[in-house]
Design a protein around this ligand. Structure first.
Ligand SMILES: [Zn+2]
Length: 389
């Protein structure tokens, strides 16, 4: 059983390497990596592979045609199933964002595109591994004191993990537990023990166009029909049950003097419980036009199942709390409506704890930043958690 002294050593190591952590983070942020720029993402992937390889990891790339190669790194251990450190290294920020949002340190924070979501989290992985290596036998494999460790970083998480998902699932299914280094919740840094499931639907209505002045009666307005459908789906929301339906985008019609032939709504859905998925799906697919001269076409569905607060997840959270306490940290949990790759691993039944990454704010926003003081602390917490598993 790890002791206060063991954890204090991990913390001391990380605190002493705070400047190195900042260097690595800066380098990562300055290697911009928008999900849709394969070359840029691959470039960062090479840098990360070097970092992990220098710690004794065995690197595997999963090359992709349209996005960057996903990166997996395996570290040997003392036996048992591996623990998976999960994350992504793509960001929502287009190439060139650095010109207006450069990496900078100010008032105890680091700013820059992707710094919070989730390059600081990857930095923590690297330094947690380094700390464990130092705490063990420096010349040996990094995880000589614990289970094998697998790091998996995918490259299309911010655009739905279409190609990342199968790699994440295939890797996670053989693991003991999954630790997700996505940002923590709020400036309090809560760990995430539940995430909603996320999906989207497209509702496409086709009516009949006509001249709004000459032939008004001959027309069947897709805009009016879509409006009816939007009001109908709004009723699917049940906040108390954690179900939300948001028709975030609608468009349709061509000109004011034309009865609209076509209109489309794009809808975001969230569910807290997997058990609600089928019913919601049925509601969407049962939508029928009120005007029989219009057609309603529904496509889409759930793409991330919910990460529910399972027993396994709670056990991981309690363990993290204990380990944090040994280092003087008080840790709370929270749930969020946002999805991550942790949703996939949790849905497979693998105990998953999310939000172990940076403390900060402004994901996907121009004030994206992390609290620097927490960077070494969270890295040490991760190291302690890995060792206690
Ligand atoms: Zn993220």
């Amino acid at each position: 059983m790890p002791t206060t002294t063991d954890n204090a050593m991990l913390l001391q190591y990380c605190e002493e390497h705070r400047a190195d952590m900042l260097d690595v983070l800066k380098r990562m942020v300055e290697l911009e990596s928008p999900s849709d720029n394969k070359a840029a993402v691959d470039h960062l992937g090479e840098y990360l592979a070097q970092q992990f390889e220098s710690l004794g990891g065995k690197v595997t790339f999963f090359p992709q045609e349209t996005c960057g190669a996903h990166l997996k790194v395996d570290f040997r251990g003392d036996g048992g199933k591996p623990v998976l450190l999960l994350g992504h290294f793509d960001t929502v920020w287009p190439l060139g964002t650095l010109k207006t949002m450069p990496f900078r340190v100010e008032n105890g924070r680091a700013f820059g595109p992707g710094v919070y979501d989730m390059k600081a989290g990857i930095t923590m992985m690297i330094f947690a591994l380094r700390a464990l290596r130092t705490a063990g036998r420096p010349e040996s494999s990094v995880s000589s004191l614990c289970r094998p460790i697998t790091v998996l970083l995918d490259t299309d998480e911010e655009v739905g993990s279409t190609t990342g998902r199968p790699v994440v699932e295939a890797t996670a299914k053989d693991c003991e537990a999954v630790l997700v280094l996505e940002p923590s919740q709020s400036l309090k840094g809560q760990l995430k023990t539940a995430r909603k499931g996320v999906g989207d639907y497209t509702i496409r209505v086709r009516g009949r166009a006509s001249h709004a002045g000459v032939d008004f009666e001959k027309g069947h307005s897709a805009v009016i029909e879509l409006s009816r459908q939007v009001l109908e789906i709004a009723k699917f929301t049940d906040v108390a049950r954690g179900i939300t339906v948001n028709p975030g985008v609608i468009h349709g019609g061509t000109r004011t003097n034309v009865v609209a032939a076509e209109a489309v709504a794009e809808v975001d859905i969230r569910i807290a419980r997997a058990a609600d998925a089928d019913e919601l799906e049925k509601k969407f697919t049962s939508l029928r036009p009120v005007d029989p001269n219009c057609t309603v076409e529904i496509s889409g569905g759930l793409n991330r199942p919910p990460m529910e607060r399972t027993e396994g997840t709670v056990r991981l959270f309690r363990l993290t709390q204990e380990q944090g306490k040994l280092m003087g940290m008080t840790l709370d949990e929270a749930s969020t409506g946002g999805g991550s790759d942790g949703n996939f691993t949790s849905a497979l039944g693998i105990p998953t704890l999310d939000g172990l990454g940076a403390v900060g704010e402004g994901a996907h926003a121009s004030n994206e930043s992390i609290i620097l003081e927490e960077l070494p602390r969270r890295a040490a917490l991760l190291a302690a958690l890995i060792r206690s598993l």
